[in-house]
Design a protein. Structure first.
Length: 177
């Protein structure tokens, strides 16, 4: 019996944090509306909170400022809808084994580890995307390690389903020989 590989792992789109904040605001507004409905219905004692706000807004005349605020709010809402409907962000890279993946942050860690293992490399730092890895290494002046680092990183990342582009930059520091 064979199983189909799992779908590509994704994380929530960029609207995730905004969605939580907007959801909390809508819940708070709902609580206020329900509270005011209970006050108006005589179920609980107190004065309403929304009626004074609505009465205070009554009589506002159209102006350039209110138009500008309305346009900005409409554009933010349109942007949020477009981002929410957009593609989700893929955070994993497939390996050559069906269904197995590795995270982008782990890809950067593997590249840094491979670069650190190269002789004459003093330190290594990497950043990764799904299609490329950038490795920054520090070496002593006169030590040419770019090709060795490139080969080591490519060998360490050979198990990826599709190879990624590897970019190596070296910072040379003065040292005693």
């Amino acid at each position: 019996m064979s199983f189909a590989p799992a779908p590509a792992a994704t994380r929530a789109g960029r609207v995730g944090r905004f969605g939580v904040v907007l959801a909390l605001l809508v819940v708070a507004l709902g609580v206020v509306v329900i509270r005011d409905a209970l006050v108006v219905g005589g179920q609980i004692e107190g004065s309403t909170w929304l009626i004074p706000v609505v009465d205070g807004a009554d009589g506002i005349e159209p102006s350039t400022a209110s138009t500008a605020v309305g346009v900005v709010v409409a554009l933010i809402g349109l942007w949020l809808v477009l981002v929410a409907l957009g593609r989700r962000v893929r955070t994993r890279v497939p390996l050559d084994v069906p269904g197995a993946t590795i995270g982008v942050a782990d890809l950067a860690r593997l590249a840094s580890s491979a670069a650190s293992d190269v002789p004459y490399v003093l330190s290594a730092h990497s950043s990764a995307r799904r299609t490329s890895v950038s490795v920054s290494v520090t070496a002593l002046e006169g030590d040419d390690v770019d090709d060795d680092v490139l080969a080591a990183v490519q060998q360490r990342l050979a198990r990826l389903a599709t190879p990624v582009a590897v970019h190596v930059s070296t910072r040379h520091v003065a040292g005693l020989r």
